[in-house]
Design a protein around this ligand. Sequence first.
Ligand SMILES: [Zn+2]
Ligand SMILES: [Zn+2]
Length: 131
Amino acid sequence: MRITGGCFCKKIRYSATIDPKTVTICHCTDCQINSGTAYGVVVGVINEEFILEDGKLTYFEKIADSGARRSLAFCSTCGTRIYAKPADGKPGRFGIRVGTVDQRESLIPRQQAFFNSALDWVTDITNLKKM
Ligand SMILES: [Zn+2]
Ligand SMILES: [Zn+2]
């Protein structure tokens, strides 16, 4: 599936080819802290088909708990996280942050990663007051 997306301040625009079956909620502690919220939602890019259409990405490199070196791309103006992929060109998961995808309504999570570190409350929000 071909998608488009971008950051909060609109300086970054991209297009990519993704597999909608790979939409994943990630409960790892890196996603909790880096997103500033309870979990990350990512979708896998097929064959690294990510095209930066406009703007300039800034990168932060992080060694994940698994030991893998991950390159995290974000907008240096507004701070929106765009994607994470393996550093130094190694194969591995190239995940776009679903919140930045224009077509995010149609990207439904199919699995949850690192569920061991999920915050206790995230599995049951259906009865919370709706405002
Ligand atoms: Zn931005
Ligand atoms: Zn994660």
